[in-house]
Design a protein around this ligand. Structure first.
Ligand code: NG1
Ligand code: MG
Length: 516
């Protein structure tokens, strides 16, 4: 099928920010600020590379997750939406230097230059936190789609507006935008060879971005890249990973509400804390699945991306044996009866594999540190959260009036939002991925007019998302400014606060914009 990315004709030699194009990307309310931003990006590009013409701009957005936390890597459905904040990569394609030059509009990120001849053998050093690693992950992704692709010389200027470490997925947006930029550049450099770039579909882009982002050191699931690539304005996205990747846009049937994102300003850096937080949770849920399969005689589970069995696999295996979700939860409680958790030695017993085997398979590429694995609590969170996603989607798929006992939009919205708050409680108590500041914002939100509120993204810092009645949203934002930001960060600038808290709307996913 013709790829959705390339309408507009990549390869046009000049770029003019075309208003009609940008209005296809941003909502009416976001447009004026974005036009200004794109205009200054183009101007900076000209100053920086006076002899290179701008060929195209690739963009990919961040996301907020409405519900379905830490279950993507167990292959359960999740419900994120893309947001306005995005990463832009302005690119000139061509020249004979055989180099990729990366400049970042943010002066904290110094210029980097790579020899294209070396790229195929470049290993990303995940132990150093280096901004250009995410671009290199994009290169890996593009080469995984076509190992023979000839990457041309590129001059790039990057402008990212998603705060890093905020749970809004700046990392995935950067990887997806980079991958898209490289695929587009390959096509622009050799316009005759339509085959590669045109054949790249959105699912291809997502899948290669997920796998390649793991080179940066996080054993992540596929939610963020899916939201960033598939985003549809005005819609949430139900992303399914099993039996295969699929994103279904879901429109909101009610409109008297808004989603407010409020960042704690606690930076959660997965590269530093991965071994005790994110990557450890992936190991805990994976081992929980493998142990359940072994103890309940389920046979081998479908493996996620070469890593290990999944709780989704466990649920599916039980389903064919006539055991429903409640039954699976009972099994979890039976098999993992020890509330205090399991040592590695106990895990060896339960799994029937040696310590060396377990360490090698599950804890070497992404090392972890732990005393006891919390199989019971982690597995229960995953199973319950997956049910909450189903319930939430069911509610979204019906207009408020169709919800029998729930009459009136307010009741409907309250019921919807309470599922989000339940998710937060489970993230805090069972998955242990909250923190004091996230809990504080959620409490403040609920006490000040939000119908529901929760952490969004990996947690341990980063952002919250609250469902707020539309006519109260502005007041709600003012209230959090006073009660959280000004209280904890006296003297914080208005600009910083506005970056931290905003009313958000579902936005368009990845796109390439070219001039005419
Ligand atoms: P953040 O840290 O918000 O980008 C991470 C993972 C997701 C998902 C969520 C938790 C990456 C790139 N993303 O998101 O896949 O597991 O945590 O639901 O690591
Ligand atoms: Mg991230």
């Amino acid at each position: 099928p013709p790829s959705e990315f390339f309408e507009g004709g990549v390869g046009a030699s000049s770029f003019v920010p075309v208003i009609s194009t940008l209005s296809a990307v941003y909502s009416k309310s976001a447009l004026p600020a974005q036009e200004q931003r794109w205009g200054s990006l183009v101007a900076s590009f000209k100053r920086l590379y006076p002899n290179e013409e701008l060929t195209f701009i690739a963009r990919s957005p961040g996301r907020v997750n409405l519900i379905g936390e830490h279950i993507d890597y167990s292959l359960f459905d999740v419900l994120p939406m893309a947001i306005t904040q995005d990463v832009l990569i302005a690119v000139h394609v061509g020249g004979s230097e055989g180099k990729i030059v990366l400049n970042n509009a943010d002066p904290r990120f110094p210029t980097r230059t790579f020899n294209i001849a070396d790229l195929k053998d470049t290993e990303i050093d995940a132990t150093v936190h280096e901004w250009s690693n995410y671009f290199l992950a994009g290169v890996k992704g593009a080469l995984s789609l076509n190992p023979l692709a000839e990457i041309p010389s590129m001059h790039c200027l990057i402008d990212g507006r998603i705060p890093t470490g905020s749970g809004l997925s700046s990392s995935s947006a950067f990887v997806c935008a980079s991958l898209l930029a490289i695929v587009t550049a390959v096509k622009a450099a050799a316009p005759g060879s339509e085959s590669f770039a045109n054949a790249v579909t959105k699912p291809d882009l997502v899948q290669s971005a997920v796998v390649s982002e793991r080179h940066v050191g996080v054993n992540s699931g596929g939610m963020d890249q899916s939201a960033s690539v598939f985003g549809v304005p005005g819609h949430a996205l139900r992303v399914q990973f099993y039996p295969e990747l699929k994103a279904t846009p879901i429109a909101f049937q009610a409109d008297e509400f808004a989603f407010v994102i409020a960042n704690t300003l606690v930076v959660a850096d997965k590269h530093v804390t991965g071994p005790i937080h994110y990557n450890l949770r992936v190991v805990e849920t994976t081992l929980a699945a493998e142990i359940l399969a072994k103890q309940c005689g389920l046979g081998p589970l479908p493996i996620r991306d070469g890593f290990g069995g999944t709780l989704r696999g466990v649920v599916e295996a039980f389903k064919v044996r006539g055991v429903d979700i409640a039954g699976v939860m009972d099994k979890v409680k039976q098999v993992f009866s020890k509330q205090e958790g399991y040592t590695l030695a106990e895990t060896v017993q339960l799994l029937g594999q040696s310590e060396i085997e377990i360490t090698q398979k599950y804890m070497t590429r992404f090392p972890v540190r732990f005393e006891r694995f919390q199989f019971r609590a982690r597995a229960l969170h995953v199973l319950e959260e997956a049910e909450r996603v189903k319930k939430y989607c069911e509610m979204l798929n019906h207009a408020p009036a169709e919800h029998g006992d729930i009459d009136g939009e307010e009741k409907y919205l309250r019921a919807l939002a309470s599922i989000m708050t339940a998710s937060h409680t489970s993230c805090r108590d069972l998955f242990d991925c909250s923190c004091a500041q996230l809990d504080e914002i959620v409490s403040l939100a609920l006490a000040n007019g939000a119908y529901g509120s929760r952490l969004s993204g990996a947690g341990w810092g980063g952002a919250t998302v609250s469902l707020v009645p539309k006519d109260k949203a502005v007041e709600f934002v003012q209230c959090l400014k006073k009660e959280y930001y000004l209280k904890h960060f006296p003297g914080i600038s208005e600009e910083k606060i506005n970056d931290a808290i905003c009313i958000t709307e579902p936005a368009l996913g990845s796109a390439v914009v070219v001039g005419n």
